[in-house]
Design a protein around this ligand. Structure first.
Ligand code: FE
Ligand code: ZN
Ligand code: FE
Length: 198
């Protein structure tokens, strides 16, 4: 017997609920891998937002009279796995930041696709309260994505690109690294120190 859109909608909600819970576990790792303070703050504040999105999805289930239940999301699991393998790479610090942004934006776009569909289906099914809640999260995901673009294009990409050029030009004479507030060193003019494995 064929199932209606309502069933697909609930399935998709369960998938997305699981995806958000996976992201609650993954975002602290991205934050920890970031060198730029602004980037770390962006991941940490989106972590807080993501916790709120988990709660909001529980409200959606309640509004629909459905039991709160997740169903493993393979898509976000793959995206998170790719992010984890980036952290294993030996990139210099600005390049690592650029790569973490790339990983984060893959997750945000995946979520934007999921919530875009969920909002449209909730509306089509006349589930107005659910639609409104889902729309709030969609807007947060879009804002998180924009924020990451802003950080990438507002300096991190250029820093990463220049660090490559500077590294290529290094020939014995290395400028002394300047200490940063966090006790790390800036690395735009030299090769970054080996990253600790985590
Ligand atoms: Fe989310
Ligand atoms: Zn999924
Ligand atoms: Fe998100």
């Amino acid at each position: 017997m064929s199932k209606p859109l309502e069933d697909a909608f609930i399935d998709e909600l369960r998938d997305t609920y699981d995806a958000e819970k996976q992201l609650v576990k993954a975002l602290p790792k991205l934050a920890k891998g970031a060198t730029s303070e602004e980037l770390r703050d962006a991941f940490e504040s989106h972590l807080e937002e993501t916790r709120g999105q988990v709660t909001r999805l529980e409200q959606v289930f309640a509004a629909l009279g459905e039991k709160v239940r997740g169903k493993h999301c393979d898509g976000i699991a793959g995206i998170i796995e790719e992010g984890a393998s980036i952290l294993e790479e030996d990139f210099d610090e600005p390049t690592m930041d650029a790569c973490l942004i790339a990983a984060g934006q893959r997750a945000e776009h995946y979520e934007m696709a999921a919530y875009g569909t969920l909002v449209a289906w909730a509306k089509a099914l006349g589930r107005d309260e659910a639609a409104e809640l889902l729309e709030q999260t969609l807007e947060e995901e879009k804002a998180a994505d924009k924020k990451l673009s802003g950080l990438a294009e507002g300096g991190i990409n250029d820093e990463a690109a220049n660090s490559q050029i500077d590294n290529a030009q290094i020939d014995g004479e290395r400028p002394q690294p300047r200490a940063t507030a966090r006790g790390r060193t800036t690395s735009t003019t030299r090769r970054a120190p080996a990253r600790s494995r985590r």
